[in-house]
Ligand binder design. Structure first.
Ligand SMILES: NC(=O)c1ccc[n+]([C@@H]2O[C@H](COP(=O)([O-])OP(=O)(O)OC[C@H]3O[C@@H](n4cnc5c(N)ncnc54)[C@H](OP(=O)(O)O)[C@@H]3O)[C@@H](O)[C@H]2O)c1
Length: 295
């Protein structure tokens, strides 16, 4: 992961997908994932109002030194539980980290991420919070989770982030315009989420997605299917697409059941150049329309 020396599996486990499972099912699935070679687990204090961290903490307690644990902060639940507000202030991030450590039943988080961010944030103050947590040994490294080029660019310049989590898939090629190359240049790893577009690229009916029409999504899905077959399932093709870029360290996949786990971890043949090209040529690439660095 970036310059950190921390090694993570190319398939990461996105724990947000566990929310509809019982605690027992989730814990068993996480244990199977570790046995299958996954060592990277992504959660956040936001998911299920902290319950996701509690379940992940229970599952990983006995396996702590075998895995790389990532969580996120910055979204503060309102006292009445009606929603959350963005809060990148230092005092809040420091407190949020203490709360996450308790829920996760650990004394350190391997990768602590700012869960969003805007260009109007007090960025230096936010960075100070992460640096302080690192100095105290409460986190090993920090990163951000953002799809905003202007925010990512500021953190590249001003902070010691080792990673950026962002949505990236055949159906969301916005990072390809500029951001993947920028991060590669800075030796900052991309943790790609949404490689399956929540299943849209695999087995869910096509629908409008970002600025793609239902018809365009159907074409992309067909292209994914066309380059799959004996050596790769469509799900594996969608994952291999994002792993092809050297900036991407892990495809953090939302895994909900054993079948999805098995498919994600099964050996898959990387995409051939022609297959990659076919996917890229299926429809026009999309680009970020907001939060750009050039306007
Ligand atoms: N802003 C942020 O920081 C942010 C935002 C979103 C997500 N995340 C993180 O990234 C992770 C992944 O994101 P995501 O869930 O949006 O994206 P994703 O990995 O594209 O979608 C996960 C969903 O895809 C379906 N799926 C999984 N494996 C499949 C397979 N083999 N075949 C067909 N469908 C399959 C499942 O849907 P069903 O449950 O319907 O079966 C699963 O819930 C999350 O778990 C979370 O940890 C972070």
């Amino acid at each position: 992961m970036g310059s950190s020396g921390i090694k993570i599996s190319t398939i990461g486990f996105g724990c947000m997908s566990l929310s509809s499972n019982s605690e027992k099912e989730s814990i068993a699935l996480i244990h199977h994932a570790i046995e299958s070679g996954i060592n990277y687990f992504d959660t956040a204090d936001l998911y299920d109002k902290g319950l996701n961290e509690i379940v992940v903490g229970k599952a990983l307690k006995e396996k702590r030194n075998k895995i790389v644990l990532a969580s996120k902060a910055g979204n503060q639940w309102r006292k009445d539980g009606s929603g959350w507000d963005w809060n990148p202030r230092k005092t809040y991030i420091l407190q949020a980290a203490e709360d996450s450590l308790k829920r996760l039943q650990t004394d350190y988080i391997d990768l602590y991420q700012l869960h969003g961010g805007t260009i109007d944030d007090p960025i230096d103050e936010t960075i100070e919070a992460f640096e302080q947590l690192k100095q105290q040994g409460k986190i090993r490294q920090y990163g951000i989770s953002s799809i905003r080029p202007n925010v990512i660019s500021e953190y590249c310049k001003r902070s010691a982030i080792v990673s950026v989590m962002m949505q990236y898939s055949v159906a969301d090629r916005r990072p390809e315009e500029h951001i993947l190359a920028l991060l590669q240049e800075h030796n900052i790893s991309v943790l790609a989420r949404g490689a399956l577009a929540q299943g849209l690229l695999v087995n869910k009916p096509a629908k409008e997605y970002l600025n793609y029409s239902k018809e365009e999504i159907a074409i992309i899905k067909q292209a994914v299917n066309d380059v799959s077959g004996k050596y790769r399932t469509p799900g594996q093709t969608a994952i291999q697409y994002v792993l092809r870029h050297p900036a991407v360290a892990s495809a953090v996949t939302g895994i909900r059941n054993q079948q999805q786990l098995e498919e994600a971890v099964a050996p898959a043949v990387p995409l051939l150049k022609e297959e990659f090209q076919l996917l890229q040529e299926a429809v026009r690439p999309n680009v970020y329309e907001q939060h750009r660095t050039d306007h």
